[in-house]
Design a binder for this molecule. Structure first.
Ligand code: AVI
Length: 321
């Protein structure tokens, strides 16, 4: 089968895989992780002892929700980019709904099934109305409904922004800013760079856990190519690698070819040298300064920053200027 005759549903995955694997260095984009199995594995990652991001962010929401909504000084309509199943968002939605009685929540996500799960899990929150929007907030236009006498609070949490290169991250925030009016707000959750209380070893363990869940998550990208494209990856011939790139302030995930090998992919044979890697993910880690600069460049001004005592994760409230 040639590229031109492939059904559309496989077209995007095939085009992406071919364009990433026929150049040097090889790479695959992280969105390929999130098929059904990959999404399940990511949920497992968020509960791992080594991966504290999700727990720390939830604890920050629990501790500071009231302060966040008090600082906004107005009822809000909440929008969430990449909401997924919205598991952590419930803490914020509970607090806002209790405060203002009636709350409109507009989760935006590429996965309709994740939004259905969000709808089911949030159904018990009194006064909450959910208006889901299935869209890829990076590539698709999206709409935000503005209610009278409320300001918009946009949520972009879970350090999702860290999976984008600085220019892409900035473009995502600028697009969001175009939907907002001065005085609207953004709550951004990001993982912080190593510092006095956060070692590189801690970070490496978070992306290479003892139970091997992150390794399975990384290798699932090859399982997906085997299943969807009939590719010929031997999973045992690749190893999960997690690396800290200090110059770029990012964790990187790679899949390293353990031998010299060739792999069939559609009508191509892809050659790997022993030790060559497929770069599958960047996870940028921020400092207070890099975060403020990113926000300022997109038209936001930081008003509050909340972090845990060990300064591993930050939740930043910023105003659209
Ligand atoms: C979704 N994203 C913020 C996660 C991260 O930490 O970059 C994805 C992940 N990759 C490996 N573990 C978790």
């Amino acid at each position: 089968m040639t590229t031109a005759t492939l059904p559309t549903v496989h077209g995007a995955v095939l085009q992406t895989a071919l364009s990433g694997l026929t150049v040097t260095p090889k790479s695959l984009p992280p969105w390929l992780f999130y098929d059904e199995r990959g999404s399940e594995l990511f949920e497992q990652i968020t509960a791992l002892p080594e991966y504290s991001l999700t727990r720390t962010e939830r604890a920050l929401f629990t501790a500071h929700a009231d302060e966040i909504f008090a600082a906004l000084q107005s009822p809000v309509t909440i929008v969430e980019l990449g909401a997924g199943t919205a598991t952590k968002t419930g803490v914020l939605l509970h607090a806002a709904a209790a405060r203002q009685g009636d709350l409109l929540y507009q989760p935006i996500d590429v996965s309709a099934s994740a939004l259905e799960a969000a709808d089911a899990s949030l159904a018990g929150i009194h006064g909450l109305r959910i208006q889901p929007h299935v869209a890829n907030y990076i590539t698709d236009p999206y709409v935000i409904t503005r209610q009278q006498d409320t300001k918009i609070l946009a949520l972009y949490i879970g350090s999702s922004i860290g999976n984008f290169a600085p220019a892409e991250a900035s473009a995502i925030l600028r697009t969001l800013r175009e939907h907002l009016l001065p005085g609207d707000a953004l709550l951004l959750g990001v993982d912080l760079a190593p510092g006095p209380q956060k070692s590189v070893a801690t970070l490496l363990a978070a992306y290479d856990d003892a139970a091997g869940v992150t390794a399975a998550f990384n290798k699932n990208i090859l399982t997906r190519l085997n299943r969807e494209l009939d590719a010929g990856f031997n999973l045992d011939a690749f190893a999960h690698r997690a690396r800290w790139n200090a110059a770029e302030s990012r964790m990187e995930m790679h899949l390293e070819s353990l031998t010299a090998q060739t792999v069939q992919l559609a009508d191509r044979r892809i050659a790997f040298a022993a030790g060559e890697t497929i770069h599958t993910e960047n996870s940028y880690k921020f400092s207070t300064d890099s975060l403020s600069a990113l926000l300022a460049g997109a038209g936001f001004s930081t008003t509050h920053t909340f972090h845990d005592s060990a300064q591993t994760f930050a939740v930043t409230l910023a105003t659209a200027v």
